[in-house]
Design a protein around this ligand. Structure first.
Ligand SMILES: [Zn+2]
Length: 322
């Protein structure tokens, strides 16, 4: 979908109509008992989720931005015959990945990185603040109640589910969900497939380190945070884009130009086909901060970042089609 189409459909303030503007989510089985829940078109708020089951237990990876979509995920899981999920892992705190936690609690225990819990609590109704026009339904903020710092392993029958924190990357509290036996990885938003990577709330250098970590796992199947399932070749595009942002930031800062000026004039080259191009200015804000010596994940003005992205879009805020 082009940016123009997204802008046009954004004019429908009714979230039901907005939901009609994109195809319905679908399930895809990646290995026996391992499914991805893919939400086209993978744009803002349309994240992926998934689940792992052995027929006696079910672990869910991420939820969705609205009650309707989270209930649909829950229904799709039940339709496969999998038991009621007792575990949900959040790959990070963003509302598209966590707003639906309440649809799975209290039967399910929510697990996430310690910083994911802190940020869910700090961010509150984060999507409502950015996209008040969306019909979210009954959203009960439900932060992870079991947290970890570095690594944790959860067993779903014979399947080992490794939770690995890569350090600050897309956010401060990212988790990679790695199934070594099935060689499937759920990357959360460390990987966007077809969309533009987004490091405003995390770290550019840390995102590059996260890609290194992902490569080291040797996954055959990669479930990105947004966009269709891929193989490990998807890492090349993400890494190439992140290095491109770093290069633009170094040149632009040396020339005394602002991130918005640099983003507006940038020749995107090989990355011109990525959706959510407006994220470039937000990524440059983070890259500039790191060049100025900011630690990975140091707080930045997120509101200013979203305003800059709206300016990139000709004054129109990026649209959420959840
Ligand atoms: Zn995210």
């Amino acid at each position: 979908m082009t940016d123009h189409q997204r802008t046009t459909t954004e004019a429908t303030t009714d979230a039901g109509a907005g939901a009609d503007a994109v195809p319905e989510p679908y399930l895809t089985e990646l290995a026996p008992g391992v499914h991805a829940f893919i939400q086209p078109d993978g744009g803002w708020c349309l994240n992926n989720a998934g689940f792992v089951t052995d027929g006696t237990a079910t672990l869910v990876v991420d939820t969705a931005a609205t009650e309707r979509r989270a209930r649909l995920l829950r229904r799709r899981i039940a339709e496969t015959g999998a038991p009621v999920p007792r575990t949900v892992v959040n790959t990070h705190h963003h509302g598209d990945h966590t707003y639906g936690n309440g649809v799975f609690a209290p039967e399910a225990t929510i697990i996430g990185h310690a910083a994911c819990r802190r940020e869910v609590l700090a961010a509150g109704y984060q999507l409502h603040a950015v996209w008040p026009e969306v019909t979210y339904g009954d959203i009960r903020l439900t932060p992870p109640e079991v947290t970890f710092e570095d690594r944790m392993t959860v067993h779903v029958g014979e399947s080992e589910v490794q939770l690995i924190h890569p350090g600050p990357a897309h956010t401060l509290g990212d988790t990679v969900v790695w199934l070594p036996r099935q060689r499937v990885v759920f990357t959360g938003d460390l990987v966007f497939h077809g969309g533009t990577p987004f490091v405003l709330m995390g770290s550019l250098s840390g995102s590059l380190r996260a890609i290194e970590l992902l490569r080291s796992l040797g996954a055959e199947t990669v479930v990105p945070g947004h966009g269709p399932v891929a193989g490990p070749e998807v890492y090349d595009e993400v890494e190439g884009y992140l290095r491109f942002v770093g290069e633009l930031a170094r040149e632009g800062r040396a020339a005394g130009r602002t991130p918005l000026e640099v983003a507006r004039e940038a020749d995107l080259g090989a990355f011109a086909g990525l959706a959510e191009r407006e994220r470039l200015v937000a990524n440059l804000l983070r890259a500039y901060a790191e060049l100025d010596g900011a630690a990975p994940g140091a707080p930045l003005d997120v509101v200013a970042g979203f305003q800059a992205m709206a300016e990139m879009n000709g004054g129109v805020a990026p649209a959420c089609h959840a």
